[in-house]
Design a protein around this ligand. Sequence first.
Ligand code: FAD
Ligand code: UQ1
Length: 450
Amino acid sequence: MSNMGVMSTCFCVRSFVHLLRPGVQKMGYFQMHTASRCAAKNHYEVLVLGGGSGGITMSARMKRKVGAENVAVVEPNEKHYYQPMWTLVGAGAKQLATSGRPTASVIPSGVKWIKSSVTELDPDKNCIHLADDKKISYKYLIIALGLQLHYEKIKGLPEGFNYPKIGSNYSVHTVEKTWKALQDFKEGNAIFTFPNTPVKCGGAPQKIMYLSEAYLRKTGKRSKANIIFNTSLGSIFTVQKYADRLLEIIKARNIVVNYKCNLIEVRADKQEAVFENLDTPGVTEVYQYEMLHVTPPMGPPDVLMNSPVSDAAGWLDLDKETLQHKKYPNVFGIGDCTNLPTSKTAAAIAAQSAVLDKTISSVMKSQLPTKKYDGYTSCPIVTDYNRVILAEFDYNSQPLETFPIDQSKERLLMYYMKADLMPFLYWNGLLKGYWGGPAPIRNLMHLGFK
Ligand code: FAD
Ligand code: UQ1
């Protein structure tokens, strides 16, 4: 469907749409839904919000389903980044330039790129508002807005990044500062933090710690360094199998881990970091640092906070198996902005995209969705410049491994997979809508028994 033309009023069908729960979809949903389209300058059959990993992946899949001219993606940024590369950029093993490509080059050909920001969601009227005051209406909406980094919630940041000795792999603006701080290390504490919020790629805060430890070892500075992981969490990793192995590595490499220890202030001019103890509120400890890697607090994007599609915390409120919105049946979501109770990764997006593709097909045919997402996620934990533990797990924090080997072991092959194969798979498989996660390989490797 193309432009609808300009009309002055939106039809308010709030009560109508609220009837449209998954269980009642067969009751002539689409006639009702079409009638509920709101007036706007533009209309797309499928509108995708966000042109990151999830948004581009789903726009490629939707193009195949409904035709490029019926799909649009709203994304303000000119550059699309493969963020998993930043772990290696921060450790000097890859160049930042290799992690980014122009957004124009990843939007599927023929799909409309709306280069703007979403400012408001109006799912009762099936439309969204843009920063330039335009409205776009849709028949189906896919929300893939990612999450927001909150460096400003730590006193002294982000301005503290203007000083040396501090970096953060989580932002394109600060990832190269990590590598600089590591190279400039002379003597003292190298501190790595984990915030008191959900994060994307929960392994990344410790990956850079292992790489830094390895770098200092290889450059002869290890004996002058105290490697410290100050984490808000109460454990090193959510999956016991990988946690056990990581604790062995931590012990063998003489790394100090302080649990329930949350970064609240950086005094970058004095190279001091202030942590609060989450078990004893009000008790703080000041650490002198020679190198500080900050993993910032994270939260839902502003536009989702207090929106009709969000849960109380602001995350997109989805059915955890079908990825359909719990209240609005023509609204779907994928990736970091969702409240799916799994670790937020690109690997999770791959598995989610295959399920969401099927869910949307069912809904388009007025059928109930049947394919279920099991929470698959994966975190290649880089433990050295040539070693990776490939953690893969599900909603129950149970290992869901692709290969019939012990993946909790550090392996060279897995390092090459992370450093070289994954980027290729991301740009050429995931973003083109062809890679739906490793489940088929897993089934083959385990001869259908897993
Ligand atoms: P994003 O890719 O962040 O995209 C969200 C998009 O929405 C952005 O382009 C943004 O500009 C846009 N947007 C935001 N607000 C608006 C708005 N109001 N209007 C319009 N557009 C908007 N994953 C792995 O699988 N393996 C790894 O090894 C791994 N390592 C990682 C290491 C690091 C250091 C980091 C930072 C991440 C890592 N990840 C890893 C996680 C992975 O990169 C993310 O989970 C994934 O990219 C999330 O995709 P997304 O589409 O949900 O969000
Ligand atoms: C994956 O599918 C993926 O998305 C493309 C990643 O993001 C970069 C990953 O890091 C991983 C590990 C997977 C899972 C893939 C395999 C082959 C286990």
